[in-house]
Design a protein around this ligand. Structure first.
Ligand code: HEC
Length: 252
């Protein structure tokens, strides 16, 4: 609160009296007001430990009404609570916005990838990537087998048969050897779908920040109509270097 200095108040008061020709109000009473307003302010400045004692003293001296003291000494709302309260209307607007949003957001590479995963992959790898007939992909497992995204796209496009049973796939440190059973998806999914499901698995099961960024960039590019993934490669004959090229071009 901004305090108007007492002397300014007095000045405007006397000016008004001069103009209106009113009898000057008792100057003595304003003198008393001065004394009263000055002393409790000093009392509030004293440290909290002995504030009640000091306030008792102050009361004796200036004889403030009890309700005035109560108002001066009441607990104020803490600053953090005040700012939280100020944010409440903003939060309410955002919350209402989420309620009005359609249940299924049909846009976005990651959302698309999640749908494809549910349709095409979850039967063998588990609804949440926990594994089944196919390996567990969740908890970062997918990133351990495929540190490089391009190798993963190639694997999903070609499947076990495309690599050949008995051959190695994925990171050498992981030491995976094709045992069979993973279908080829090159002629089932188009390039955008393939990229989407790979980015979904890496972002959601692998918690890969990189994949999340790629997905956002792809969203941006596809939305702007600047890139048609199918133009870049024929998924049936996809190679790791072709995929690398796409990733590099989207990541510029
Ligand atoms: C019919 C069951 C089945 C389906 C459907 C399936 N997979 Fe697989 N997946 C497998 C099997 C089995 C393996 C191991 C293949 C092998 O050893 O030859 C595998 C391996 C993998 C791997 C390598 C995991 C590792 O750690 O070695 C990834 C990644 C993968 N699949 C992703 C997918 C994606 C993405 C889809 C959907 C587009 C999918 N899979 C659909 C059965 C399946």
């Amino acid at each position: 609160m901004v305090e108007i200095p007492e002397h300014l108040l007095k000045r405007s008061q006397s000016a008004r009296e001069r103009l209106t020709g009113e009898a000057p109000s008792a100057d003595a009473s304003s003198e008393v007001d001065d004394a009263q307003s000055a002393t409790p302010a000093a009392a509030i400045d004293t440290p909290v430990e002995n504030s009640t004692e000091k306030i008792e003293e102050a009361k004796v001296v200036v004889e403030d009404a009890p309700y005035v003291n109560a108002a001066k000494n009441r607990n104020k709302i803490p600053w953090w609570a005040a700012s939280a309260l100020l944010c409440l209307p903003i939060w309410a607007v955002i919350y209402v916005g989420t309620l009005e949003r359609p249940a299924v957001e049909a846009t976005g590479v990651l959302q698309h990838g999640a749908e494809i995963y549910a349709q095409r992959c979850s039967s063998c790898h588990g609804a949440n990537g926990g594994g089944g007939a196919g390996y567990k992909l969740a908890d970062g497992e997918v990133l351990i087998t495929f540190p490089y995204m391009a190798d993963m796209v190639e694997w999903i496009a070609k499947g076990s048969d495309g690599f050949g049973v008995g051959n190695a796939y994925g990171s050498p440190e992981r030491g995976r050897v094709v045992a069979g059973g993973m279908p080829a998806f090159a002629d089932v999914l188009d390039a955008e779908e393939l990229m989407s499901v790979v980015l979904h698995e890496r972002a959601v099961f692998g918690n890969s920040e990189e994949a999340t960024i790629y997905a956002a960039e792809l969203d941006h590019i596809i939305e702007a109509g600047e890139m048609d993934l199918d133009m870049y490669f024929d998924a049936e004959t996809v190679t790791a270097s072709e995929i690398s090229e796409i990733i590099e071009s989207t990541h510029s």
